[in-house]
Design a protein around this ligand. Structure first.
Ligand code: ZN
Length: 459
């Protein structure tokens, strides 16, 4: 019947006084025009009559049932309902009969629900604890997919979750589908940010631990090119999940090994052109790793085993040489003074600066083997690097103050124009390119455009 409500049904007996003879006579008259009935008392107040207390109870049951019909349950009431049996005239019974409509207006009902909260914040009211558990289960399943390749060892929620019984009205209930949708969407937090000097969309995103796209999305009508002025109000709309599933496990799967690309100078190709000599292809490997995930995203990953199933193939690109016209390279002008030069290559001297065999030799020839690394004699900026006639592959470095150094006949160049190099940094490999009869490094010191004897600068 009214389980869980505080309805008490009493049927106080009518106590008849002393019955004398005259009373019996009067009584027979009385009994003829009257009938048994029951007063329905709601919270201590007489509401009207019903034929019997059973009938009154049925009336109430019907109201409670119809109020809960759409929810598939029965409403409950805290109202105190009592009956008092008596005899009244048939006319009075008819006039003051308690109809369902009258009672329906007077009775207060409620439903038993469960308040579902996360971190003490109420999220929704559900009709049972089973619904609550089913939602949590479904939410977990979105982010944890066990399989032969994915052995999950533990799953838990970061947030504290509670469900508490409460009394509610029908419209306060949420459907499990809606609650699950709410949880998967997360909640928006809004904040206003005042643009500072030098702010860009990217910088604002970085300062607030957001993605540029997220910042732009919160400010309709903007894109990355939209100018930001100091003092502009920028909306920061962040979507945060209500619930975080923390899962731990071991995953085994195939991963791609991206191929390397190397480029080599090919003097048979025209300057500025390039050609793929060998197509690269990705390799693959089977990787087993342990992980900790938050809502399906790895936040910790430790490789336990790696097995290469396919080696990647390096892509080789041949590039035409870069040609340098020495006369067009602008070098600094100045005092011509620079100190601290060191030898670019350790080796015997094959040829000195000055007139040799009837022509002027503009540098020092330092003996070496093809492939020996040579270094910058002192720090500076690369003014030119490339192929330059009789020099073959050469590098010209400007050290400022009108002093420059040149390195010629290289087999490989490791630097390019505009690059800053430090003292002792490897800049290329010894070779015999250009007008050369064997592997060596031709080294020049140039002051204000003219070559000078390197030995006067070297230790
Ligand atoms: Zn030389």
């Amino acid at each position: 019947m009214f389980s869980d409500s505080k309805v008490s049904l009493r049927s106080p007996k009518i106590v008849l006084g002393v019955i004398g003879l005259s009373a019996v006579l009067a009584g027979s008259l009385y009994y003829g025009s009257t009938t048994t009935a029951s007063v329905l008392i709601l919270n201590g107040q007489d509401i009207g009559y019903v034929a019997t207390s059973d009938e009154g109870e049925q009336l109430i049951e019907h109201i409670l049932a119809s109020r809960g019909e759409s929810l598939g349950s029965v409403a409950k009431t805290h109202d105190k309902i009592e009956f008092r049996d008596l005899r009244i005239s048939k006319g009075t019974l008819q006039e003051s009969y308690v109809t369902e409509g009258k009672l329906d207006n007077l009775i207060h009902t409620y439903f038993k629900g469960y308040q579902f909260s996360i971190e003490d914040n109420p999220i929704a009211v559900l009709s049972s604890e089973e619904e609550f558990n089913t939602i949590l289960q479904s939410y977990q399943e979105i982010y944890t997919k066990p399989s032969a390749n994915n052995q999950i060892s533990s799953v838990e929620f970061r947030e504290s979750i509670a469900s508490q019984p409460i009394e509610v009205q029908p419209e306060e209930f949420s459907s499990p589908e809606n609650v699950l949708e709410l949880l998967t969407k997360g909640h928006e937090t809004r904040k206003e940010y005042i643009a500072q000097a030098n702010d860009s969309w990217w910088l604002i995103a970085r300062k607030n631990n957001m993605l540029t796209k997220e910042v732009l999305d919160g400010n309709p009508g903007t894109d990355e090119d939209t100018t930001i002025k100091v003092g502009d109000k920028i909306n920061l709309v962040k979507v945060t999940p209500y619930l975080t599933v923390i899962s731990k496990g071991i995953y085994t799967g195939e991963e791609t090994i991206p191929f390397d690309v190397i480029s080599k100078t090919d003097y048979s190709l025209p300057s500025g052109s390039s050609l793929v000599r060998q197509e690269g292809s990705d390799g693959s490997k089977i990787v087993t790793f342990s992980y900790i995930q938050e809502n399906g995203k790895n936040i910790e990953k430790e490789i336990l085993e790696e097995k290469i199933t396919q080696e990647p193939k390096t892509q080789i690109i041949a590039k035409g040489p870069t040609y340098v016209s020495s006369s067009k390279v602008a070098l600094s002008r100045g005092s011509g003074k620079v100190s601290g030069l060191s030898w670019p290559l350790q080796g015997g001297l094959n040829s000195y600066y000055g007139y040799r065999w009837g022509s002027f030799h503009t540098g020092l020839d330092i003996d070496g083997n093809t492939g020996d690394p040579f270094v910058a004699a002192i720090s500076g900026t690369v003014s030119a690097a490339g192929w330059s006639g009789g020099y073959g592959n050469m590098i010209l470095i400007d050290h400022g103050n009108g002093v420059a150094t040149r390195y010629a006949h290289a087999s490989e160049l490791y630097v390019s124009k505009g690059q800053k190099v430090s003292n002792g940094e490897t800049i290329g490999l010894v070779g015999s390119t250009g007008r050369s009869t064997g592997a060596h490094l031709h080294f020049e010191v140039i002051t204000n455009g003219d070559t000078t004897n390197p030995l006067s600068y070297l230790p």
